[in-house]
Design a protein around this ligand. Structure first.
Ligand SMILES: [Cu+2]
Length: 112
């Protein structure tokens, strides 16, 4: 019974965080060329929940903007990227727009 309560709690927590995020940003290892970027973009766009994809090769960042009310789980994303031959290092969810992430990444690139 305790396990059941804990499972329900974790599911509720997951649902609560899922509803708020608009963008999922991932650190991905193994992206080296434009073909990698294109391939990963195509893979992630195949999800119904995906509105837009941004890939930064230099910063090894892949960001997915979600459609309103749509959600992709960490497992779905990790599987899609791992199956393509890359490794997900970190996953962050936020309400930042894809443009905001794009701007931040290009600023970071300028600083280097
Ligand atoms: Cu490549």
């Amino acid at each position: 019974m305790k396990t059941f309560t804990r499972t329900v709690f974790l599911l509720l927590m997951a649902a609560a965080s899922a509803v708020s995020a608009k963008t999922i940003e991932m650190d991905v290892n193994g992206l080296v060329c434009a073909f990698c970027a294109q391939g990963i973009e195509k893979t992630l766009k195949s999800f119904d929940a995906t509105a837009e994809v941004y890939v930064s090769l230099e910063n090894r960042i892949v960001a997915v903007a979600l459609k309103d009310g749509a959600e992709l789980t960490d497992e779905e994303l990790t599987k899609a990227i791992t199956d393509s031959g890359y490794a997900v290092v970190a996953i962050r969810r936020s309400d930042a727009t894809l443009q905001a992430i794009r701007d931040r990444v290009s600023r970071e690139a300028d600083d280097e």
